[in-house]
Structures are given as C-alpha cells and as structure tokens.
Ligand binder design. Structure first.
Ligand code: HEM
Length: 376
C-alpha cells in the first residue's frame, strides 16, 4: 500500500545497492510486460563466481531468462509437451496425493503446521510425478530443490552440492527416458520436435530445474496464503462452502489478494520508454511489484477487501506477456483441489493463534507464509 501511494512508476535503490525502476500500477505493468523493449537481463545466480559458472550455465538455459528469438523457440518446444491435456489428466492423481496428506494430518497432534504437512508436500509430489522422477528419488529432489530455490539462505558449498547432485541425477534420468520413454513430461520434452529442432540435453536439464523452482514454492504459497486469507475472512469461507461452484473465482481472488510473488524477476529496458508521464531510460532495471499492482485502486474496487464474488478479480499474479506463467493451469488446478479437499475434510479448521500474523519469509521475490499453525 505504501509503495502504491508513491505512484505507478517509482525510482528506488534496493538494499543490495542496485537502483531500479519500480512499477506498481496494474495498467503500467501490463503495458510494459508486453513491450518489445522490456527484456530479460541476464539472470544473476545467487553465488555467481568462476567455480559456479559451469553449474549455472547448465541449469539456467531455460526460457524464463531468455529473450526472443531463443525464448520463442524454447517456449514452443516446451509447450508441445506441457499440454493442457497432460495437466488435466493429473487431476485424479492430485486428488489422491492431497487425500493421502489429509489422512496423515488427521493422525497428527495439534496444532499442526499446515505448510509443512500439506501445502509444501503436495506441489512437490505433483511436479516430481509429472516430470517422471521415480518415487525413490523424490525425497532427494525435494531436499535439493529447497536448497537451490532458497540459495541465498544456504552457504555456497551446500548450493554447489545440491546442484551437482541434482544435475547428475537429472542426467541419469534423461538417459533413462531416452532409452525407455514413458508418458511423463520429461519423456514428452525429450520427444518434442519443431521441424528438425529439439531441446538439447542442457536445455532439458535446465527445464527440469525451472519446473522445480518456478512451480513449487509458488504453488505452496497459493495454498497457504489462500487458506490463511479464507480463515481470516470466515464470511467468505462460509460463502464458498455454501456455493462450491465459486471455487475457481475464489482461487483467482486469492491470487489477486495475497499472491505468491512480490515481484517478477527483473527486466531491463533496451530503449527509452515513456509511461505514466515519466521517461524510463535505456538500460534501467525494471522491477514489477505484482502485489501492489493487483491492488491498484484504478483497476479494482475496494482493492484491500477479499471478495470471492467480485467480477473484476483479474490479476497479474502469473505475470503477463511472453513470459506469462506456463504452469498457471496446473497451479490453478492444484489450488482448487487443495482448498476443496482441505475444507471438506476439516470444516472446523481454524488458526491456532488468530491474534498473530503468521511469519513470512524475508524475500524480495516471494510472498510466502513460513508456517501456519492450525487446529483441525
Ligand atoms: C513464469 C507465477 C506456478 C512454471 C511465471 C511468471 C510468474 C509466475 C509471475 C513470470 C515471471 C516473469 O515474468 O518474470 C507463478 C505463480 C504460480 C506458478 C504465482 C503458482 C500459483 C507454476 C507452476 C509451473 C510454473 C506450477 C510449472 C510446473 C513456470 C514457467 C515460467 C513461469 C516454466 C516461465 C515462462 C516463460 O519464461 O515463458 N510464473 N507460477 N509456474 N512459470 Fe509460473
């Protein structure tokens, strides 16, 4: 809210010392994210130095950090495998995984941390299964990806170790799927063709890293922040229980109201751009503050109220433009199933301490509730 009060386009210096142009307006974010002169700057690894250059090169050849025409090529090949049909086919299995977790929850002493017991394990299990990571390796992947995604919170040698182990494992997996393909996403990515073009082994590896990084913690926060917001607004929760057909709209409103990301990964301008009465110079780093943009009073009425009945709940939680989230259909599906099954199973679910706001992970990127103790 404070950020938005200073206008839709602002200049500030991050605590890292980097001056940035911060965009907090909804319309300005949409316009700039679709602008051909707003491009990706090279991704900064958390521990970039010569020892790590090789690791980073092998894990970051993915589309999130790429510009056209590389981005266009990668996105086309990946989209050929990451199809709507493949995602929809996951629904029964996502329900099973969530149901198993809820069964285990029932047997836990209370209060229980919903993040640890439900929101966290659900998406990682789903992504591992979707990719085709064998059950026996899933705990390893879960551990490594948590270190890699939260790299800044770990010493460099832990990051190197996790990345190296995961690279080896992904390499073995690719060789395995090349020899005996099945119907999982990794096999689909290996087989994806655009004319004579296909993904190289480094690109396949990077894509697995991207799916684990982009698709996991964000979905955890969709579930956790969503449950938290509903528990804080019992009248909205009651309405949802009475009219379950509102669930898809409720998920959109929860993404708007308290979305998983503070900001998109930084972009940079490659030419001057005039917007909202200001000139952004060529070479300025642009940070899109998604949370304030989603509560822009010029776009949405009563922006700070959670209202699952609103018809203006469009939001930028999944970004916009060429990098618009590829996994949005999967995230929405997981969010719907997670909320539906949780509130069905535990209709009296409530916050263990309603007087306290739950702790959030300190981050410029993530908007993640770290733990959410609840009584079932
Ligand atoms: C890109 C948000 C879940 C895969 C993005 C972007 C955002 C986003 C904002 C654009 C970033 C930018 O412009 O810098 C979210 C949120 C999620 C979620 C809020 C959960 C609620 C997922 C899932 C997957 C996924 C489940 C896959 C399993 C991707 C990929 C990209 C992406 C591959 C890069 C697309 C490109 O560069 O063309 N996501 N995401 N995301 N997301 Fe998601």
């Amino acid at each position: 809210e404070d950020l938005a009060a200073n206008g839709p386009v602002q200049r500030l210096t991050l605590f890292t010392g980097v001056p940035v142009c911060l965009i907090t307006g909804y319309a300005e974010t949409r316009e700039l994210l679709a602008h051909p002169d707003v491009v990706r700057s090279p991704l900064e690894g958390p521990h970039r130095d010569t020892v790590l250059d090789d690791l980073i090169a092998r894990t970051e050849q993915h589309m999130l950090g790429a510009n056209p025409p590389d981005h266009t090529r990668l996105r086309k090949l990946v989209t050929a495998a990451f199809t709507r049909r493949r995602i929809d086919a996951m629904e029964p299995r996502i329900r099973e995984i969530a149901t198993d977790l809820l069964d285990q929850l029932s047997a836990t002493t209370q209060p229980v941390d919903l993040v640890d017991a439900y929101s966290y394990p659900l998406p990682i299990t789903v992504i591992c299964e979707l990719i085709g990571i064998p059950a026996i390796r899933r705990d390893d992947f879960r551990r490594w990806s948590s270190v890699i995604v939260n790299a800044a919170a770990h010493p460099a040698d832990e990051y190197v170790e996790a990345t190296t182990l995961m690279l080896d494992c992904v390499h073995d997996l690719i060789v395995d799927k090349q020899q005996s393909p099945s119907d999982d996403l990794l096999s689909g990515l290996i087989q994806a063709r655009d004319g004579g073009d296909r993904l190289s082994e480094d690109e396949l590896t990077s894509m697995v890293f991207l799916l684990l990084a982009a698709g996991h913690e964000t979905t955890v926060s969709l579930i956790t922040n969503g449950v938290h917001a509903l528990l804080r607004h019992p009248e909205q929760l009651e309405l949802l229980k009475a009219e379950p057909e509102r669930l898809p709209a409720a998920v959109e409103e929860l993404l708007r109201y308290d979305g998983p990301l503070q900001a998109a990964i930084p972009y940079v301008t490659q030419a001057p751009i005039d917007i909202a009465g200001q000139r952004i110079a060529a070479g300025e780093v642009i940070v899109f503050a998604l949370l304030p943009a989603n509560r822009d009073i010029r776009k949405v009425e009563r922006p700070d109220e959670l209202d699952i009945t609103r018809d203006d709940a469009t939001h930028l939680a999944f970004g916009h433009g060429i990098h618009h989230c590829l996994g949005a259909p999967l995230a929405r599906l997981e969010g719907r199933i997670a909320l539906e099954l949780l509130f069905d199973r535990f209709p009296n679910l409530h916050l263990a301490d309603p007087t306290q706001d739950p702790p959030r992970t300190p981050s410029l990127l993530m908007n993640a509730i770290r733990e959410l103790p609840v009584h079932l």
